[in-house]
Write a protein that binds this ligand. Structure first.
Ligand SMILES: Cc1ncc(COP(=O)(O)O)c(C=O)c1O
Length: 453
C-alpha cells in the first residue's frame, strides 16, 4: 500500500452526514427571534432558508442524515479526497510527530466549501426556488456556490466583501464565469449597504455586512432564498463528509490522531474534520484533542464572549448563541478573508464553552511563513485561511520535538491558494504586517453588545 497517500473509492463516499447535536450532553441553545426573543422553530426560518435546510438546522434528534443521491453524484466529481502523510514537512521540522492532512483543495473550485454549496443548491432547487443569494469573504464560498447554482439551474447573486473584491479579482471572475452576479459589499443596492456607506464611505466591508445585504435581497425577491457558507448547524452537518472519510483513511494508515486541527472562520471546515472524531470522545471517552486555529486579528474563540448575538451587521438574522467579538466588529484587512468573521457557530461555541476543544490564535506573518514551508515541502500552495491550520500544526510538531515524544497530528487543508498569489506577492516583498487586536478595540466592540438574556 502507498504509505504517503490514502485513497478511498467512490463507494466509500459517506451515505449520511453526521449530526453531532444528539451526542452532545449540553445541546446548543436555540436561536431566538430578533423581534420576540423567543426560540425559533424550523417554520420560522422558512422565509429565509429552504425548508429542508431549516429542518436540518434545528434537528436535535437524528445523528445521521441521509445524503441525497443527486448530492452524492456531484460529490463523486471530487470525493473522496486524499489523506496525505506530510513526510517532507515532518523531515523539514525534524519532528517525531506524524503529520497527516486531508486535502480538500482538490475540489473543482479549490476548497471544502463545495461540500455544503452542492447540498444547499440541491435543497433549494428541490423546493422550486429559482433564485438564491449569498455573501462571500475571500470568494471561496461564492465560487463554490456559483458552481453548484449552475449545476442545479439556479440564478445566484453574491455580495462579496469589498476588500476581497479588489484583492482577489480572479475569484470574482470565477463566479462570473459560472454565471453569478457579483456585487461588492457594502453596496448601494440594499438599505443595509446604503446605511453603512453613508456612515463610513471608505468601509472595506466585512462578512457581517455582506450577510445583511444578501438576506435583505432574498427577503425582497420572489422565490428567492438566502444561503450561508459557514456558522449555521446545517453547514457544519454537510461538511462532516471530510471527517467521516478521514476516519476511514486514518484507519488505513494504521494510526489514530492525538490532535485534529482546522482553521476557523465561522467553523465549517473545522467542524467537518473534527466532529466525526469528537464523536469518539463524546460517545466512547476517547482521548483526543481538537484545536481551532483563528487569526490573532479576529479572535472570537480565544478572546470573545459567549452571548446571543446577530450573525450579521444589520441585525436581520436570528440571534445565535455564540462566542463573538460583537456583530459590529470590524476586522483588520488580513488576507485570510474567509476568517474575518465576528462569531463562531453555535455548536462549536457550546463545545468550546464545555471545554471539549481548544483554540489558538495565529499572527498573519506566522501563517505565511508556515504556508511557505508547506509549499516548499509538500508542493501545494495553501489558501491563507488554511495556513492558520498549518501554522498550528507546525507548533504542535515542534512541541512534540521539544518533548521528544511522538504525536499524530491531523489537519484539514481547506483550500489551495492559487488565486491568492497577490497576498503571497506582498508577503515576499515584505509588505505584510501582523494585526493584533488591542484590549481597547476588543472592549469597545464587546461593550456595544446588548445583553439579550
Ligand atoms: C479555504 C477556506 N478555508 C477556511 C475558511 C473559513 O471558513 P470556515 O470556518 O467556515 O471553514 C474559508 C472561508 O472562506 C475558506 O475559503
Amino acid at each position: 500500500m502507498n504509505r504517503k497517500k490514502f485513497l478511498l473509492e467512490e463507494k466509500d463516499i459517506p451515505t449520511a452526514w453526521y449530526n453531532i447535536i444528539p451526542d452532545m450532553e449540553n445541546k446548543p441553545l436555540l436561536p431566538l427571534s430578533p423581534q420576540t426573543k423567543q426560540p425559533l422553530k424550523p417554520e420560522d426560518l422558512y422565509p429565509i432558508f429552504a425548508e429542508e435546510l431549516s429542518k436540518q438546522e434545528l434537528n436535535y434528534t437524528d445523528s445521521w442524515i441521509e445524503i441525497p443521491e443527486e448530492v452524492r453524484d456531484l460529490y463523486k466529481n471530487y470525493r473522496p479526497t486524499p489523506l496525505v502523510r506530510a513526510y517532507a514537512l515532518e523531515k523539514a521540522l525534524d519532528t517525531p510527530a506524524h503529520i497527516y492532512f486531508k486535502n480538500e483543495s482538490v475540489s473543482p473550485i479549490g476548497s471544502h466549501k463545495l461540500n455544503s454549496a452542492i447540498a444547499q443548491a440541491y435543497y433549494c432547487k428541490k423546493q422550486g426556488v429559482t433564485n438564491i443569494t449569498t455573501e462571500t469573504g475571500a470568494g471561496q464560498w461564492g465560487a463554490a456556490l456559483s458552481y453548484a447554482a449552475k449545476a442545479f439551474g439556479l440564478e445566484l447573486a453574491v455580495y462579496m466583501v469589498k476588500i476581497s473584491y479588489h484583492q482577489k479579482p480572479y475569484r470574482r471572475s470565477i463566479m462570473q464565469t459560472f454565471g453569478a452576479q457579483v456585487i461588492a459589499s457594502p453596496s448601494m443596492s440594499t438599505k443595509a449597504g446604503r446605511k453603512i456607506i453613508t456612515e463610513n464611505p471608505n468601509y472595506q466591508g466585512s462578512l457581517g455586512t455582506a450577510i445583511s445585504e444578501a438576506v435583505e435581497l432574498a427577503l425582497q425577491t420572489p422565490n428567492c432564498k438566502y444561503t450561508l457558507g459557514s456558522v449555521l448547524n446545517h453547514v457544519m452537518l454537510h461538511q462532516t463528509v471530510i471527517g467521516l472519510e478521514a476516519e476511514k483513511q486514518m484507519e488505513m494508515a494504521g494510526e489514530y490522531p492525538d490532535v485534529v486541527i482546522g482553521c476557523f472562520g465561522g467553523g465549517s471546515n473545522f467542524s467537518g474534520i473534527a466532529f466525526p472524531f469528537l464523536r469518539h470522545k463524546l460517545t466512547e471517552g476517547k482521548d483526543i484533542r481538537i484545536v481551532a486555529a483563528e487569526p490573532a486579528s479576529c479572535p472570537k474563540l480565544t478572546r470573545g464572549v459567549f452571548q446571543y448575538d446577530f450573525g450579521d451587521e444589520a441585525g436581520y438574522t436570528p440571534l445565535l448563541p455564540m462566542f463573538t467579538l460583537g456583530h459590529n466588529f470590524s476586522p483588520a484587512n488580513i488576507h485570510a478573508g474567509g476568517l474575518r468573521y465576528h462569531g463562531a457557530g453555535s455548536i462549536v461555541s457550546q463545545i468550546m464553552k464545555d471545554g471539549l476543544m481548544e483554540a489558538v490564535d495565529i499572527k498573519q506573518l506566522d501563517t505565511f511563513e508556515a504556508a511557505k514551508l508547506f509549499a516548499a515541502t509538500e508542493g501545494i500552495i495553501p489558501a491563507p485561511e488554511s495556513s492558520h491550520a498549518i501554522a498550528a500544526t507546525i507548533k504542535e510538531a515542534l512541541q512534540a520535538k521539544e518533548e521528544g515524544k511522538p504525536r499524530t497530528i491531523l489537519f484539514n487543508l481547506s483550500g489551495h491558494g492559487l488565486i491568492d498569489m497577490a497576498a503571497y506577492d506582498q508577503f515576499i516583498a515584505g509588505d505584510l504586517t501582523n494585526y493584533e487586536l488591542t484590549d481597547e478595540e476588543l472592549n469597545k466592540s464587546i461593550s456595544r453588545l446588548e445583553p439579550i438574556i
